[in-house]
Design a protein around this ligand. Structure first.
Ligand SMILES: Nc1ncnc2c1ncn2[C@@H]1O[C@H](COP(=O)(O)OP(=O)(O)OP(=O)(O)O)[C@@H](O)[C@H]1O
Length: 492
């Protein structure tokens, strides 16, 4: 077999944590190979080794049979491999053209801006990326940004691309477009490694799959003919049953309400009321306005008109602390921005909303903070060395759980969670959805905004948005097809 990429017997330690323990992967020339595993299994660590960002403590990496370049030789790495991360590596303040030729403009002395722009246009046209080279990169959506990153990788000559959870922030139609592009790349002989917690995607787009568990390689198999539950048990080490949403009856009291909410370009004339003991879903495509609406409910955005009421208190618009004081807990869309403070510990991040209550006179007792954090670590199965570990050192999915812990820590009356299970593994997903249902059983009302139909299954009803308006209130019991048809505006 001709392997385009091989990583053999890789050991990588971070202090007391062994992130990879003799694990490896072998990817055949031209295939799309999935790497799956639970949060903290070691996938991102392997990516950082395969892209030359970290040196393994033991083991070796080969590209097309040849030993990997020296770590310092960045150009040599760029010619071999590129990674499209969930988190952007492009610089928002620079234009697309500048991003494409970053580190390359000065090949021949002074920067010739006109030439740079025309080379960028040519490159975008070659890779059929429909983006204006003069646009500031910060204005691009997630989908366009990923396409620019792929074009950049290919233009360096890389024939191996790693896609690390590329669909986590894309809606259904954008995922289809990404897959069409991936198939075209594969036809051109590009080798890909695909990391995702969505196993249906693995079956759709990959030919082989490698499973890591607890820092070790468990199995590599062709995808065809591999039963779904076998794949899940390779990841979790046990048989895992599908999540069963619970039945419940909502109370009368409205705990979260939006009245006459409008925000230009996002949503118009929205009214919604969430009762105690009720989970309300918000669904719709990327342009539906669902995220903007949810961000308004939590105070991250200020509406042009309308009011938000949390637990009977009308909250000052666009004021997150006011919403939190009124009894709101939330999980934001972008955990890197509004979710956690990477340098602070798990305990500090998770207990931010209750800092006042944990100590007298505004001084937080470290012992009480640690005790609360230990409980949350256990409840949400957060994989960490302990409450004192900085959140920045956790794997992506485990950082998401810390954000979740923060949302739940003060027993909120109203919970708003946006794409709550993004980057979270199959089993952890169940723990997080269970945590929302637990909070609702304790009397909270919840809004779940998600691109994932599985997250929406716990909802008592789903409000579907289309072009900024709520077009349908769908009670529990929908089929995927029915909901998607309304989301795409095909059916009302
Ligand atoms: N810089 C670091 N310092 C300390 N520990 C680290 C560091 N980077 C990773 N780890 C630890 O190594 C282990 C593997 O993490 P890694 O990010 O590779 O997991 P992952 O499989 O990518 O998980 P996820 O699906 O959540 O993204 C985790 O226990 C993580 O906390």
């Amino acid at each position: 077999m001709n392997y385009h990429v091989e990583a053999r017997n890789i050991v990588k330690r971070f202090g007391p944590t062994v992130a990879l323990n003799g694990a490896g992967i072998a990817i055949a020339e031209g295939e799309t190979h999935a790497l799956v595993g639970r949060n903290g299994a070691g996938k991102s660590t392997l990516v950082s080794i395969l892209t030359g960002l970290q040196r393994p403590d033991e083991g070796e990496v080969r590209f097309a049979g040849e030993q990997a370049p020296a770590l310092a030789d960045r150009d040599a790495w760029r010619r071999r491999v590129a990674c499209v991360y969930q988190k952007s590596t492009i610089i928002p303040a620079l234009t697309v053209a500048e991003n494409l030729f970053l580190n390359r403009q000065t090949d021949r002395g002074m920067i010739n801006w006109r030439e740079l722009r025309s080379r960028a246009r040519e490159l975008l046209a070659t890779y059929e990326v429909d983006v204006d080279a003069d646009t500031p990169a910060g204005d691009l959506g997630v989908e366009q940004r990923q396409l620019v990153e792929i074009a950049r990788a290919l233009s360096f000559g890389a024939r191996f691309i790693i896609l690390d959870e590329p669909t986590a922030r894309l809606d259904g139609p954008a995922i289809d477009r990404l897959f069409t592009r991936m198939r075209a790349l594969r036809e051109q002989g590009v080798t890909m490694m695909y990391i995702s917690h969505h196993l249906d995607e693995v079956y759709e787009i990959c030919q082989s799959v490698t499973v890591f568990r607890d820092a070790r390689h468990i199995v590599t198999r062709p995808v065809a003919g591999l039963p779904h539950d076998e794949l899940v048990s390779a990841m979790t080490g046990e048989a895992t049953l599908a999540y069963e949403p619970r039945a419940r009856t909502a109370g009368e009291r409205v705990v979260l309400a939006g009245a006459n909410l409008s925000l230009a370009g996002r949503y118009h004339d929205v009214d919604l009321a969430v009762r105690s003991g009720e989970v309300v879903g918000l669904a719709g495509s990327a342009s539906s306005g669902k995220v903007g609406l949810a961000e308004t409910l939590v105070g991250l955005r200020r509406p042009d008109s309308g009011t938000v009421t949390v637990n009977g208190t009308q909250v000052k618009p666009g004021d997150v602390p006011a919403a939190l004081r009124a009894g709101l807990g939330f999980v934001p869309e972008d955990r890197h921005h509004e979710g956690f403070v990477p340098l602070l510990s798990v305990a500090e991040n998770a207990t931010i909303p209750i800092a006042r209550k944990l100590g007298r006179f505004g001084v937080v007792s470290p012992a009480r903070r640690r005790a609360k954090a230990r409980q949350l670590i256990e409840d949400l199965q957060i994989k960490t060395e302990g409450p004192e570990q900085p959140v920045g050192d956790l794997s992506g999915g485990n950082a998401q759980k810390v954000v979740f812990a923060r949302a739940l820590v003060d027993d909120p009356s109203a919970l708003v969670v946006i794409n709550p299970t993004a980057g979270v593994d199959v089993k952890a997903k169940q723990a997080l959805l269970g945590a929302v249902e637990d909070a609702v059983e304790r009397g909270a009302g919840a809004v779940v905004v998600s691109d994932e139909l599985d997250d929406l299954r716990i909802c008592d009803r789903v409000l579907v948005m289309f072009h900024g308006r709520v077009v349908k209130d769908v009670p529990r019991g929908w089929t995927d097809h029915e909901l998607v048809a309304v989301m795409e505006g095909i059916e009302q």
